[in-house]
Design a protein around this ligand. Structure first.
Ligand code: GUE
Length: 286
């Protein structure tokens, strides 16, 4: 068996077309969805991601602002910028690119973002809303993974066992909660799991979100399972690769997401979707 690819670029294209239509529909009301991205320091990977996000905004007709600051910027200055954007009516979403320089407390900065503009879904209020099943911004990467499942007819996961590898606040934990909300039976595995392969072999859906190559190999996957690869690593040749041994696992799985071209583009797409929803809320006077 060879797995079918879940194409994050193609699905993104479809979803971004819908976002562009929704943005155009707000134009007569004089509202243009606006995203502000703050980048502190000169991490080369961050520069690329941030440029991609700004480009994605332009493509769907959003207003976007990129604020770049020196790595020496103080925490107080950054907090002041966040506060200014919280009060800027042309901005519906604020993203502070992580990681931040060591002298700045990420947590403090994220909590300073208004939950009404927290399009990353990282604020405790957003995380708490997900926890209790209330409305709030969903973290973009796991939200994108859910859209990928939906695209292959797996919106409802009743009777399915989903295994998440990784327990980060930005992917693993919100992923587990979204899968649970979709009625899956969920297992969360991590560095303290005794027998990872025994867990993943039972899975109908596996989400690998560790940040390490070859965390999931063919012998760990049930025939026909759906495999979602959130990893972003570089191999020995410097090529982008995920957490999954793609060539091996694709011979066993039913569906698999590639890296690049899978979860990455979907993350940016869901950032646009969240910003769109934020602008629609303002337009509706909610
Ligand atoms: N506040 C915050 N929010 C984030 O969402 C956030 C962040 N900080 N810091 C960094 C990570 C990383 N991230 C990516 C998004 C898309 C791709 C993406 O589109 N990747 C392409 C390939 C890009 C390439 O070729 O390098 C792909 O997978 O096909 C990658 C990485 C968002 N992040």
């Amino acid at each position: 068996m060879t797995a079918t690819l879940i194409d994050g670029v193609a699905l993104s294209k479809q979803l971004r077309t819908e976002v562009a239509q929704r943005a155009a529909a707000l134009a007569p009301k004089g509202i243009k969805p606006g995203l502000a991205v703050i980048l502190v320091g000169d991490n080369p990977a961050s520069q690329v991601y941030v440029r991609n996000k700004v480009k994605a905004c332009e493509d769907v007709g959003f207003h976007s602002v990129l604020e770049k600051y020196e790595a020496t910027m103080s925490e107080a200055e950054l907090l002041a910028r966040v506060e200014a954007l919280n009060n800027d009516p042309s901005i519906h979403g604020i993203l502070v690119q992580l990681p931040l320089p060591d002298h700045i407390d990420d947590h403090k900065v994220i909590e300073a973002i208004s939950p009404l503009k927290d399009v990353d879904g990282f604020h405790v209020a957003s995380a708490g809303a997900l926890m209790v099943g209330e409305a709030g911004f969903k973290a973009c990467t796991p939200y994108g993974c859910m859209k990928m499942l939906e695209s292959i007819g797996m919106k409802d996961l009743r009777g399915k066992h989903a295994v998440v590898i990784g327990r980060s606040n930005i992917v693993g934990k919100p992923m587990a909660l979204m899968l649970l909300q979709a009625n899956a039976t969920v297992t969360v595995c991590h560095s303290g799991t005794a027998d990872l392969a025994a867990m993943t072999r039972q899975a109908d859906v596996v989400v690998a979100a560790v940040g390490k190559r070859n965390v999931l190999t063919a012998d760990m996957v049930k025939s026909g399972a759906v495999v979602i690869d959130v990893g972003m690593n570089r191999n020995d040749e410097g090529k982008l690769c995920g957490d999954v041994d793609f060539d091996g696992v694709r011979e066993v799985a039913g569906w698999i997401t590639p890296v690049p071209g899978g979860v990455g583009p979907m993350t940016i797409t869901m950032l646009l979707v969240n910003t769109m929803e934020s602008a629609e809320r303002v337009a509706a006077g909610r």
